[in-house]
Design a protein around this ligand. Structure first.
Ligand SMILES: [Zn+2]
Length: 93
């Protein structure tokens, strides 16, 4: 019967998936260390990026290149011009 065959295949697939899960659980130290490393780095990198953006903004430094900004905006003259170009392009599309 086709249905029984299908059911058997599904059961086998489920068992295989469980075996896969178990083999991951057999190595919890590695998986935890990896996750710990990933989360630590992700948080640190995001924090650094965020803080440097605000630091630059606060200190009047272009967020793209470290040159002094035009008053009132976050870019230097060069990057302001580039930004104008991007906006123009986006509008024309
Ligand atoms: Zn710049």
């Amino acid at each position: 019967m086709v249905f029984k065959k299908l059911l058997k295949k599904l059961k086998e697939a489920a068992i295989e998936r469980n075996i896969g899960k178990n083999s991951e659980n057999n190595n919890p130290e590695y998986s935890n260390r990896f996750l710990k490393f990933y989360h630590n780095n992700k948080g640190r990198l995001l924090k650094e990026r965020k803080s440097s953006y605000y630091e630059k903004k606060k200190n009047g430094i272009c967020v793209r290149c470290n040159k002094p900004v035009i008053e009132g905006i976050i870019f230097c003259e060069y990057h302001q011009q580039k930004q104008v170009g991007y906006n123009k392009e986006a509008r024309e599309k």
